[in-house]
Ligand binder design. Structure first.
Ligand SMILES: [Mg+2]
Ligand SMILES: [Zn+2]
Length: 181
């Protein structure tokens, strides 16, 4: 049977979005994230991270930098009893940078590529899965992948009212979803 999943954007959902975070020193966990993930896991959800990392295409940091930070982040979850099934990242940017990573791709949100990859690798029940993000592009990617339950964290980015999503002020507002799941 396919598992439901909790898909999480990284910057602005797991950690405070300081812009192109690639070092532990600037990685500030959003406090409610651990409780949220514990609840989701207890309710049988797999947990995936779906993150655009155009800082790699731009040359701000390397794939190795990203992987090192990710390894540490996943361990921080593990120490709290939470399993992150996989972290998917897009290193591309359509026009910034000057390497082979500067190109159109189908993984950079709002494209659904990373979600669809998780779906095929882990046999995810997409319809009954959840996406939490802080940008319209997160909601667009989730929508394109077929995820119905979408939560948009209050953010400093302009909103597109045409995108259907539940607007939330903080992660605590999602906890209920897993109570009776
Ligand atoms: Mg974000
Ligand atoms: Zn990409």
């Amino acid at each position: 049977m396919a598992d439901r999943a909790l898909f999480l954007d990284r910057d602005g959902v797991i950690n405070v979005d300081h812009g192109y975070v690639y070092q532990q020193e600037s990685f500030e966990f959003i406090p409610e994230i651990f409780e949220l993930c514990k609840k989701a896991q207890a309710a049988g959800y797999r947990i995936f991270v779906i993150t655009n990392q155009a800082g790699i295409a731009r040359g701000y940091y390397s794939v190795d930098d990203f992987n090192e930070l990710t390894f540490w982040m996943v361990e921080e979850f593990q120490q709290r009893g939470i399993v992150i099934d996989k972290v998917y990242f897009c290193p591309h940017h359509p026009d910034k940078g000057n390497t082979e990573l500067t190109r159109q791709c189908n993984c950079r949100k709002p494209e659904p590529g990373m979600i669809l990859q998780a779906q095929s690798e882990f046999n995810v029940d997409i319809t009954n899965s959840i996406f939490i993000g802080d940008k319209i592009s997160d909601m667009q990617a989730a929508n394109a992948a077929g995820i119905k339950k979408k939560y948009l964290l209050a953010s400093r980015y302009d909103e597109d009212e045409s995108i259907s999503a539940t607007r939330i002020a903080n992660l605590s507002e999602v906890l209920d979803v897993f109570e009776n799941a």
